[in-house]
Write a protein that binds this ligand. Structure first.
Ligand SMILES: [Zn+2]
Ligand SMILES: [Zn+2]
Length: 301
């Protein structure tokens, strides 16, 4: 093939017409034409960065009123609802999407229809649309990683199965083994055949220490958090569900079942890491965090 453009399976169909025309062109002209063909007319240009840039994306809200499940009382919790953010990291060497939130298919549906396991799901805007606001198509995303496979984090996972999936071995086994959540497997089943990198422990995504998946098992067998070292904002650890309510951290609480599955040790590991690196901790399901965060298309760098 003449074109040297990095292609993804999902992009190939859209590029076919351009590639047919490539035969008599220089590789550079050919690349430019294929690039245009892969991006809809008027689509915002892909931002170029020289250091990591981190976006906080609104991927929905869970309406909930049982903080007792997290060993907290209603009086102890400022807000029993839970925001559901997704995160995008632009790095000079590629793009990482961390978590995919509630399904984009929920947008416009009535709340009563969107209740799942006692959680009402509110979704006003799509992940895909917010990525477009930044100038990112699914085909631009190099890597997909999820903190863990619970349904509020994998709602759109299948749409990003054209990226390389970065996964803990234990989480992959959990997702597709006998303990899999059969009711929600359809949200992420395309990942089984995605190009994937399977590892155990921490994983340095771009090889320079600025974007690192931190192994924090307990909430699920292969739960992971994400460390991003930003030039101006400093270090950030995105907790995933290592904590849910902000008060879990200040009052030292957790779901009863997690007391024996590894969460206490993982919390100790991350708290130590935060002290060593002077990084801040972002708890996605914490309303105080999400309310005050700079949301996409604004960013942290
Ligand atoms: Zn979870
Ligand atoms: Zn969650």
């Amino acid at each position: 093939m003449l074109c040297s453009l990095k292609t993804h399976a999902t992009l190939c169909g859209a590029l076919l017409a351009a590639l047919v025309l490539c035969g008599s062109m220089s590789a550079r002209t050919c690349d430019a034409q294929a690039q245009r063909a892969g991006r809809p007319a008027g689509f915002a240009p892909l931002p170029k960065v020289t250091s990591p840039r981190l976006y906080v994306i609104d991927c929905g809200t869970l309406v909930y009123n049982r903080p007792e499940d997290y060993q907290l009382t209603r009086e102890e919790v400022a807000d029993t609802n839970m925001p559901v953010p997704c995160f995008l990291v632009l790095h000079p060497k590629g793009i990482l999407l961390f978590d995919t939130g509630l399904s984009d298919r929920l947008v416009g549906r009535p709340l009563w229809e969107n209740v799942d396991e006692g959680y009402g799901q509110i979704k006003f805007t799509t992940l895909r649309g917010q990525l477009a606001d930044i100038g990112v198509t699914p085909a631009d995303i190099t890597y997909l990683a999820i903190s863990h496979s619970h349904w509020d984090h994998v709602g759109n996972a299948n749409e990003y199965a054209g990226s390389t999936w970065l996964t803990q071995k234990a989480e992959r086994a959990f997702m597709f083994g006998p303990a899999a959540d059969k009711a929600h497997l359809r949200l992420y089943d395309a990942l089984a055949s995605a190009h994937q990198l399977v590892f155990e422990g921490d994983h340095d995504v771009f090889g320079d220490g600025t974007v690192v998946l931190k192994y924090t098992p307990g909430h699920t067998p292969g739960h992971q958090s994400l460390y991003v070292k930003l030039a101006r904002a400093g270090g950030v650890v995105i907790a995933g569900d290592l904590y849910h309510y902000c008060e879990e951290r200040t009052l030292h609480r957790m779901p009863k079942e997690e007391e024996t599955t590894g969460t206490p040790a993982s919390r100790d590991t991350i708290e130590r890491f935060l002290r060593e690196t002077h990084a801040q901790l972002w708890i996605g399901h914490c309303t105080a965090f999400f309310r005050n965060a700079v949301k996409s298309p604004g960013w942290y760098d």
